[in-house]
Design a protein around this ligand. Structure first.
Ligand code: HEC
Ligand code: HEC
Length: 233
C-alpha cells in the first residue's frame, strides 16, 4: 500500500520524495526570480492578447482565461506555477520538449513574454470541469491511482507530488487536475516513448513507464473531472 511495504526500494517513499523535492527545488529554482502573483483583475499582458511577431497571441488557442480547448488539443494553462510555466517555454526553446505548434511560438518569445504570460495564467482559476460521460469504473480506477498509486507496480500516488487536490505545488509541480484528458494522455505517452525529456531527475519518465495504457487513460479521465471544485467559473 505504501513505500514501507516489504521488498520495495526506497525510490518513491515519502522520505525519498521529500528529499528529492528539496534538492530539486534548491538546484533548479534558486536562480529563478520569485514572481509575485499578479492580481486576477490586472489587464492581461499584450503577449497574451496580441502576441509578439511569430509568437502568436496565447489567447487565440489557450483563451484569455487559460481554459484551453479540448477538441483542438490546446491545454489548460490556468493556475500553473509561474516557474513551471516559464521552464516549459525554455524547454520548448531548448528542444527537450517539442511540439510542431508550440516550439516555434516559444522560440519567438522573449524572457519577458514568458514571465508576463506565466504570471497572468497563474492568476486565473482552474476551469470547473463539466459532467463526465466516461464509465464510472474507469474514473474510479483513475481516482485510486491518483490517490493511492499502485505500489506493487512501482506507481507512486500522483497526488504525492501534485498535491492532494491535484492543483500542484509551486514552483516545480504543475496542476494536473482539470486538464483535458487527451492532453494528459499525450504527455504520459511522450515520457514513455522519450519524446518529452524535460522532467527533473526523470521523475515523470519513471512514473509513466510504470503505467499501462489502461492506467494512463483512467487517470487522465479522472483528472479531467476535477477542477477548482466549485471555486472556478
Ligand atoms: C496555435 C495554437 C497555440 C498558440 C497560439 C499558443 N499555444 Fe501554447 N500550446 C499549444 C499546444 C497545442 C500545446 C500542447 C503541446 C504539447 O502537447 O506538448 C501548448 C502548450 C503550451 C504550454 C505547456 C503547458 C503545460 O501544461 O505544460 C505552455 C506553457 C504554453 N503552451 C504557453 C503558451 C504561450 C505563453 C503562448 C502565447 C505566447 C501560447 N502558448 C500560444 C498551442 C498554442
Ligand atoms: C515524484 C514526483 C511525481 C509523481 C509521483 C508524479 N509526478 Fe507528474 N510531474 C512531476 C514533475 C516534477 C513534473 C514537471 C515536469 C516538467 O518540469 O516538465 C510533472 C508533470 C506531470 C504532467 C505534465 C503536466 C503538464 O501540464 O504538461 C502530467 C500530466 C503528470 N505529471 C501526471 C502525473 C500522473 C498521472 C501521476 C501519477 C500516476 C504523476 N504525475 C506522478 C512529478 C511527479
Amino acid at each position: 500500500m505504501h513505500a514501507g511495504s516489504p521488498g520495495l526500494p526506497d525510490f518513491f517513499s515519502s522520505s525519498f520524495l521529500e528529499r528529492m523535492m528539496r534538492s530539486f527545488i534548491s538546484h533548479t529554482f534558486t536562480a529563478v526570480v520569485v514572481m509575485a502573483a499578479s492580481s486576477a483583475t490586472a489587464a492581461p499582458p499584450s503577449i497574451v492578447t496580441q502576441g509578439n511577431g511569430a509568437a502568436l497571441a496565447c489567447a487565440s488557442c489557450h483563451g484569455v482565461d487559460g481554459a484551453g480547448n479540448p477538441q483542438a488539443g490546446f491545454p489548460v494553462l490556468a493556475q500553473l506555477p509561474p516557474a513551471y510555466f516559464a521552464k516549459q517555454i525554455a524547454d520548448f526553446k531548448a528542444g527537450t520538449r517539442t511540439h510542431p505548434v508550440m516550439t516555434p511560438i516559444a522560440q519567438a518569445m522573449s524572457v519577458e513574454d514568458a514571465e508576463s504570460s506565466a504570471r497572468h495564467y497563474a492568476s486565473q482559476p482552474r476551469p470547473k470541469a463539466g459532467a463526465s460521460t466516461v464509465d464510472p469504473a474507469v474514473i474510479a480506477r483513475g481516482r485510486n491511482l491518483a490517490i493511492n498509486g499502485a505500489w506493487d507496480r512501482q506507481v507512486p500516488p500522483c497526488f504525492k507530488c501534485h498535491a492532494v487536490d491535484g492543483l500542484g505545488v509551486a514552483p516545480a509541480f504543475p496542476a494536473i487536475a482539470g486538464q483535458h484528458a487527451a492532453y494528459t494522455v499525450r504527455q504520459l505517452e511522450a515520457w514513455k516513448t522519450g519524446a518529452r525529456t524535460n522532467d527533473p531527475q526523470k521523475l515523470m519518465k519513471a512514473v509513466a513507464e510504470s503505467l499501462s495504457d489502461d492506467d494512463i487513460r483512467s487517470v487522465a479521465e479522472y483528472l479531467a473531472t476535477l477542477g477548482t471544485q466549485g471555486k472556478g467559473k
